[in-house]
Design a binder for this molecule. Structure first.
Ligand SMILES: NC(=O)C1=CN([C@@H]2O[C@H](COP(=O)(O)OP(=O)(O)OC[C@H]3O[C@@H](n4cnc5c(N)ncnc54)[C@H](O)[C@@H]3O)[C@@H](O)[C@H]2O)C=CC1
Length: 352
């Protein structure tokens, strides 16, 4: 967005260039914190900390809404001291962003403890009482948070999980050491550097021109249908992954496809969701569900999708029971794809 903003900048539009330079300085500042341990330590002094316990973020509730409390370094150190731990535990924290005024944001998990760590887990309920909040599963909190908060917590949880699972060098077997920002881990015995990783996943909404194809897995809540998703195989590009996934899961051949958007998705591990629309030939729409991957797949009409998005149903039959068709939550990119498809259909029918 900032790039387009910069291109479109004119003298009349000075606020635009100011926005761009704020963004650039913020990005450069974050880069410096990732590269320079001393600068990052210094940033912790004036930074804000988000607390987690076993990957569940600390949330507070006010007027039935979740808020995310932040703590200063001093407050975190006091808390650690109160539970018999030294301030060194702050080094387990990871950098997750910063404000436009360069207040650095960190996430620290008080519950994770590895087999070799000197830091034991802090007692969850006692910390909750002390901080007047509750450590809440991120999936549960998802529906209550705005998109900025959820994206920050997604990043934090993904980074904390990655560090928890990558404490040893896969070549030497020795413990690896994280840098202060948590943007990498290094094996001291052979200098191999490990960087946090995301797995690329294609998510595709297939259309035959008038209907869209949705599918469900056994593990989905009853009535929930979504777009087709699958991990990219090694060596594949996005187009090949979309074609393969659609063929594998529902037995159809993609005729054309169009990239829509992307999203970082932390469940169950970090994925980079690459969302696309795909079209099949109108005459070749017979679905053959791969039952190893899916429980069911079906074509849905404009009216059925519009009704489901307005949360009124329609109803679908599943294992001799009837459920209202439900779609992925607003924050999920699958929801965005489905909404986009619906809007395109509306545009098409309006211009017809
Ligand atoms: N944000 C969104 O709108 C949506 C996100 N997703 C996410 O997309 C991802 C993929 O979706 P599904 O295929 O339905 O998931 P899935 O978890 O059912 O995975 C399918 C299969 O892929 C293989 N697999 C698992 N992890 C892998 C990895 N890192 N690399 C390669 N293969 C792997 C396994 O054999 C697994 O059985 C999941 O993480 C899911 O949470 C799925 C749908 C919507």
């Amino acid at each position: 967005m900032s790039l387009y903003c910069g291109i479109a900048c004119t003298r009349r539009n000075l606020w635009c260039s100011r926005l761009l330079s704020t963004y650039v300085t913020k990005t450069r500042y974050l880069f410096e914190l990732k590269e320079d341990d001393d600068a990052c330590k210094k940033a912790q002094q004036t930074g804000a900390f988000y607390l987690f316990h076993n990957l569940a973020p600390l949330l507070q509730t006010a007027d039935r809404r979740y808020t995310i409390p932040r703590f200063s370094l001093l407050e975190v150190e006091r808390l650690l001291h109160k539970f018999g731990q030294d301030a060194q535990r702050v080094e387990d924290s990871v950098l997750i962003g910063c404000s436009e005024l360069h207040e650095a944001w960190f996430a620290l998990d008080l519950g994770l403890n590895s087999s070799f760590s000197i830091h034991a887990s802090l007692p969850r309920s006692e910390v909750e009482t002390e901080l007047k909040g509750s450590f809440t599963e991120l999936r549960k909190a998802l529906f209550q948070l705005n998109s900025m908060d959820s994206s920050l917590l997604f990043t934090a949880q993904a980074l904390l999980r990655w560090h928890d699972g990558h404490q040893f060098c896969s070549k030497s077997g020795q413990p690896t050491k994280k840098n202060i920002a948590g943007s990498k881990r290094v094996c001291p015995s052979n200098n191999i550097i490990y960087y946090p990783q995301m797995a690329p996943v294609v998510i595709t909404l297939v259309s035959d021109g008038t209907r869209c194809l949705l599918a469900r897995q056994k593990s989905f809540p009853k009535g929930l249908y979504s777009a087709l998703a699958g991990f990219c195989d090694i060596g594949e590009n996005v187009e090949e992954a979309v074609q393969r996934e659609v063929a594998e899961e529902v037995g159809l051949e993609v005729e054309s496809m169009q990239y829509s958007a992307s999203q970082h998705w932390p469940f169950p591990n970090s994925s980079l969701m690459i969302a696309c629309h795909a079209a099949v030939k109108p005459g070749q729409t017979e679905i053959q569900v791969n039952l190893r991957e899916l429980e069911a797949a079906a074509w849905f009409s404009y009216e059925e999708i519009a009704t489901a998005l307005s949360r009124k149903g329609p109803y679908i039959q599943q294992q001799n029971e009837t459920f209202p068709l439900s779609l992925p939550p607003k924050l999920a990119i699958a929801h965005q794809l489905i909404k986009e498809w619906l809007e395109k259909q509306t545009g098409a029918s309006l211009s017809a």
